[in-house]
Write a protein that binds this ligand. Structure first.
Ligand SMILES: Nc1ncnc2c1ncn2[C@@H]1O[C@H](COP(=O)(O)OP(=O)(O)OP(=O)(O)O)[C@@H](O)[C@H]1O
Ligand SMILES: [Mg+2]
Length: 261
């Protein structure tokens, strides 16, 4: 089971877009995929049609109660794609966890107890480096960082990589940044090309070859409650996320761990 945190404390860089569409493209390729929504905005949850997650238990109950992850899993309309939904109340969980000992390892423990088996588990992180994100970095083995290539704002990446390094040293020695994803790429602009070059200079081959192009279909997609390859098959957005999924499957050989926990 590959456990991958999709994180960047900067807002609106395509974390959720990437989690949903990459996850769905992996599911299309026969992988069993779980997407855990860790954002109180619950964008991923409503995208996959579970907007009224209040009907059942959510990730909030997993964090602050005895609820097991198995109890909150929902089978989405996309074959082999499962969701652990979020709710707005998750915003309050950070405060409740603050005084708990072992507050950083809640998710890791719940994941270890989960009976249902998956090939891939993705954590869609909120745009912050709070306790919930630290939980994701503690429960994950890999980190994928989506980076918006429309603007030159790579400073935040320094803070992020330091945080990841700290978590690695303190609690999760096996944590690695295994993928940088260039998002909202517009190859016609010098800026996008420059950002991509800088990423490649800094992160080398950890930057995926596939850049996700800016594509209006991707922006429209959430209201359809479908992932891009079903909403707009053949669109640039669908092709890019399909190519990215192929690269991720290819990297199983190096970052494998597909069966191990
Ligand atoms: N390649 C793309 N082309 C066009 N629009 C995109 C693309 N990727 C993402 N978007 C749009 O950009 C906005 C931000 O994307 P998204 O919600 O995935 O970011 P996020 O990092 O999850 O945001 P937050 O930090 O709020 O959780 C959304 O409106 C989304 O539809
Ligand atoms: Mg998001």
């Amino acid at each position: 089971m590959r456990r991958i945190a999709i994180t960047n404390q900067k807002g609106g860089v395509a974390k959720t877009t990437t989690t949903v569409n990459l996850g769905a493209c992996l599911a299309e390729r026969g992988k069993k995929v779980l997407l855990i929504d860790l954002d109180p905005q619950a964008n991923l949850t409503s995208w996959l049609g579970f907007g009224a997650a209040s009907e059942g238990k959510s990730v909030y109950d997993v964090f602050v109660g005895d609820t097991r992850l198995d109890e909150v899993l929902k089978d989405s309309k996309t074959h082999k794609l499962w969701v652990a939904p979020s709710v707005v109340e998750l915003a309050g969980a950070e405060r409740l966890l603050l005084t708990e000992t072992g507050r950083d390892t809640v998710l890791k423990k719940k994941l270890a107890e989960m009976k249902e088996e998956f090939d891939y588990v993705f954590f869609d992180c909120p745009p912050s480096l709070g306790i919930i994100t630290i939980n994701a970095l503690t429960a994950a083995r890999e980190v994928f960082i989506p980076v918006e290539t429309k603007i030159l704002a790579l400073n935040g990446l320094v803070t992020l990589t330091h945080t990841i390094q700290r978590v690695k040293e303190r609690i999760n020695p096996s944590l690695e940044i295994t993928g940088i994803i260039a998002c909202m790429y517009d190859g016609r602009t010098n800026l996008s090309r420059e950002v991509l070059e800088k990423l490649r200079a800094h992160f080398g081959d950890r930057v995926f070859k596939t850049a996700i192009r800016e594509n209006v279909r991707l922006a429209e997609c959430p209201i359809s409650e479908l992932p891009i390859h079903l909403y707009a098959p053949g669109s640039p957005g669908a092709k890019d996320y399909e190519n990215l999924a192929d690269e991720v499957i290819e990297s199983e050989k190096t970052h494998g761990n597909a069966r191990k926990r």
